[in-house]
Design a protein around this ligand. Sequence first.
Ligand SMILES: NC(=O)c1ccc[n+]([C@@H]2O[C@H](COP(=O)([O-])OP(=O)(O)OC[C@H]3O[C@@H](n4cnc5c(N)ncnc54)[C@H](OP(=O)(O)O)[C@@H]3O)[C@@H](O)[C@H]2O)c1
Length: 428
Amino acid sequence: MHAIPAARLGDDVRVRMRGTQVPNAPANPARSSDAMNEVTVQAGETLRAAMRRALTLAERGPANDPNPQVGCVLLGPDGHIVAEGWHRGAGTPHAEVDALSQLPAAWRGRERELVAVVTLEPCNHTGRTGPCAVALAEAGIGTVVYAASDPGDASSGGADTLREAGVTVASGLLEDEALALLRPWLDRQSSSAHDVVECIRRDSGTAYSPAHSVFTRSRPRPHVTVKWAQTLDGRAAAADGSSQWITGVDARGDVHRRRAEADAILVGTGTLLTDNPALTARSETGGLLVPPAEQPIPVVLGRREIPASANLYQHPALVAHGLDAPLQFAGDDLVAHLEALHDRGVRRLFVEGGPTVASSFIAADLVDEVLIYIAPALLGGPRLALGDLGIDSMPGIKRLRIIHFAQLGADLLVKAAIEDHHQNDGGH
Ligand SMILES: NC(=O)c1ccc[n+]([C@@H]2O[C@H](COP(=O)([O-])OP(=O)(O)OC[C@H]3O[C@@H](n4cnc5c(N)ncnc54)[C@H](OP(=O)(O)O)[C@@H]3O)[C@@H](O)[C@H]2O)c1
């Protein structure tokens, strides 16, 4: 099973904890801190690594499911992961139950020593599956650490059930990363306020309330991911405009897998006319990764005409969605265009450039996350990955929070969430 370096519980990460009582359990990383009804858990790299692993597992779940993507690892007292699980979609076992089912026989009867590290507060809801909070408590798990709380109602739920059962509970570890992962799902809940989805609400009978969502927006729009490939010196193309291919096969394979999870894929007319892209989600051998109906719908931004010879006319999603041509928007009102896409059911939009389009989405604060594929190469010249973002001076700097990074062949992938610019702290 996946191993994490020796436990260093008691290190530097402060984890907020809701609740007042912290029973001392074996391998208990929690301690009571003050009279403010607050408890901090000091967690070292071990817990953070475990949560990162849980987030990676969560990503394996279906992105467009009624249920959220959730991952769980069970951590032994020596810091090794002894079991792991993730949710594979509505009607299948939840991540915690999946992880419990993977517990090796040697750990049966020693569950009290284990820490369950979960990306979302264990549910308290009996839907098609039983409540995860009860499953963890009945299994005898000693400590539960989760990343994101149920955003619908913070006052009750699985955490309370666990505490009442004597389980040590802490929340908030890598919360931003977990919320970034959950955001499309949260947005889907916001856009269908009357839906009561399995396990959204942690207490039976109470529905998730979009009014409480930290992501409530004035106008609905899809979750927007902007992706680009660049050289180490920040160039997205050579001086003549050619950019195929800056990165290698592994990075491009990763892009295609992520395309497959998007509902729509957008490029500007500049990219369309220069690259004539297919914008399908394909395997290395050219076959479709997902059926035509699940391929991302091609969208073009700009006033210039799409040439009749454009590869986009062959895009399999067109026929599947009853379209004669790619969707096209002039580009003068991005908020309205995104709302129009949302109205069509697009919940995840993958923006593949080019630099002018990427820059205007970022400048307009309409981007949730960026995926930057960085090749160990230099191009120099004028073709920067991003152009003007409307930032004149340091106070306007856009801060990003790195959610994930990986080496893909010779290339690097950095996935980062764009902070709300109002939260910039002006630091260096
Ligand atoms: N490395 C990478 O990841 C990557 C990815 C894609 C492209 N590229 C490279 O980038 C180059 C093309 O990039 P580009 O910047 O010239 O073109 P682009 O960003 O694809 O398209 C820019 C065009 O989009 C239209 N547009 C409409 N509304 C817009 C808005 N709100 N904001 C921005 N643009 C809007 C405008 O054309 P109209 O006049 O038609 O309205 C504008 O000229 C090519 O060399 C391509 O190979 C690299």
